[in-house]
Design a protein around this ligand. Structure first.
Ligand code: NAP
Length: 473
């Protein structure tokens, strides 16, 4: 069984301690990942800090060229990495391939943005002064990433931090560290100054504590649950440590009677069932205008019923395994709770009776407002649908959540598009679009979905400080 190394101070290191990595489609442990203790994290932060001066001095163009070389290497190894993502996460291989392609695109976007950390010159109020604003890299960055998009969400942090001139220490999720180990291997081929990029794994609580308490670590960028995000906010308060937080979501989908019904069905299937529903921007609550409610349900169930479930390595499979038994239990609990509350189960609803963590693609209709799945992330292939009458009611129901990451709407009324754009409480709104994420546009949430933005020009800015220089002349 292969053991994957951590990367410390520019070297792959095989440590004495490891954690098992399980294939959720079979339940088998198929590899091990090396782990480190808190003392090693303290050394990694020290080494990153030591590398900072050299790294920030390199012009953005030079850092960008190195990022392009990392992108080239990741692209060259794309099939190996995609297969590994499917093995450790369970998602269908085509989706893993898409994840690697998007990671390459993120690297290229930030390779180009590295040249564009613009400051500005501000007209001054008196003749004998000049005011400048410059951007400087924030310093050592700790990046903590989740298991659901194990490569792309790590790259979304590492690429802009490196582009900005910051050294980075990446801690991937314990379920899915292997693709980041291969990514670290790709980074290794370009021979960055030692300590500029490091990969660690191990106890999340211990690693998190060192990131929070070590004064040389200047920023934590985190993607994961709102629960852990709140713990980081508490820990960060002590030293006023800057945080970027990409947390949970509970995306509403609003389907209006003037929408192209077939297109809305296809896009909703994509927004709900991609990655087996384990996406922070997954459609969680589907609201359909009453006049098209039954036709929508009929067409939607026809599509969902035939989604093929199984091992993600099978090229026909569209719904892979869920990450673990807890995820299966949560899906079952949400379905039972909705049905108890009066929802109609139109298809699915059960785990598959076979090895691995498989849940049937499920559609629930007439789901009551108070059902668990209308408030908590289900993170499974379970689609709750409910009817609305007016645009005002649709907006009110869309906003009736403590989360505000992504939202979707289907309509061809231009005025309504603008009204929704301005009133739906979400960081991202896909209008007639079930897949809004792209390298060049900001990604992030409002309310309890987090702080800050990744990607776009905002993605680089998250790792830059803004400094005012006032010069007397
Ligand atoms: P999670 O349990 O919060 O874990 C995320 C990461 O945080 C993992 O690397 C985990 O390490 C680490 N972690 C756990 N406890 C920690 C602590 N006390 N201190 C520091 N780090 C800690 O979330 P998840 O289950 O992996 O991911 C699913 C959640 O992420 C969902 O809520 C989803 O909506 C959200 N998400 C948000 C976005 C977004 O962009 N807004 C994107 C994707 C996912 P271990 O794995 O070692 O425990």
């Amino acid at each position: 069984m292969k053991t994957y190394p951590v990367y410390l101070k520019g070297e792959p290191i095989i440590t004495e301690t490891t954690l098992p990595v399980t294939n959720p489609a079979t339940g088998e442990v198929f590899a091990r990942m090396c782990t480190v203790d808190r003392a090693a994290i303290a050394r990694a932060i020290q080494d990153a800090h030591a590398a900072f001066a050299q790294w920030r001095q390199l012009p953005g163009k030079g850092r960008g060229e190195l990022l392009h070389s990392i992108a080239n290497e990741l692209h060259r190894r794309r099939e190996e990495v995609a297969r590994l993502i499917t093995l450790e996460n369970g998602k269908p291989l085509t989706q893993s391939q898409g994840e690697v392609a998007m990671s390459v695109d993120h690297l290229r976007w930030f390779a180009e943005e590295a040249r564009r950390a613009y400051g500005r010159i501000i007209p001054c109020q008196v003749e004998e002064k000049r005011h400048l604003v410059i951007k400087t890299p924030i310093g050592v960055v700790a990046a903590i990433s989740p298991w659901n998009f194990p490569l792309v969400l790590a790259v979304r942090k590492v690429a802009p931090a490196l582009a900005a001139g910051c050294p980075v220490i990446l801690k991937p999720a314990s379920h899915t560290p292997l693709c980041t180990a291969v990514f670290a291997d790709c980074v290794d081929t370009v021979r960055l100054p030692k300590g500029v990029f490091q990969l660690v794994a191990g106890s999340a609580a211990e690693i998190g504590k060192e990131f929070l308490e070590n004064p040389l670590c200047r920023k934590i960028t985190f993607t994961g649950s709102t629960e852990v995000g709140k713990k980081l906010i508490e820990g960060a308060a002590k030293n006023v440590k800057p945080l970027s937080l990409e947390l949970g979501g509970h995306a509403p989908v609003l389907i209006f009677e003037d929408a192209d019904l077939n297109a809305a069905v296809d896009a909703t299937v994509m927004a709900k069932f991609r990655n087996s529903g384990q996406s922070c921007i997954a459609a969680n609550r589907i609201y359909v205008q009453r006049s098209i409610y039954e036709p929508f349900l009929k067409a939607f169930v026809e599509k969902v019923r035939y989604l093929k479930v199984g091992d993600g390595l099978d090229p026909q499979v569209q719904i892979g395994a869920l990450i673990d038994e807890d995820a299966l239990a949560k899906a079952a609990e949400h379905v039972e709770d909705a049905v108890r509350g009066g929802a109609r189960l139109l298809c699915g609803g059960n785990r598959l009776e076979r090895a691995g963590c498989f849940f049937e693609p499920t559609v629930l209709a007439d789901v009551p407002k108070g059902a668990l799945c209308m408030h908590e992330e289900t993170f499974a292939p379970v689609a709750p649908v409910s009817a609305f009458d007016t645009e005002a009611e649709a907006i009110e129901r869309a906003n009736s959540s403590s989360f505000g990451l992504s939202a979707y709407a289907f309509t061809h009324d231009l005025g309504r598009m603008f009204r929704l754009a301005e009133s739906v409480e979400a960081g991202m709104l896909g209008i007639n679009d079930g897949v809004p994420t792209t390298s060049q546009a900001p990604f992030g949430g409002v309310k309890q979905s987090g702080w800050g933005r990744e990607l776009g020009v905002e993605g680089l800015d998250a790792f830059l400080e803004t400094k005012h220089i006032s010069i007397g002349i």
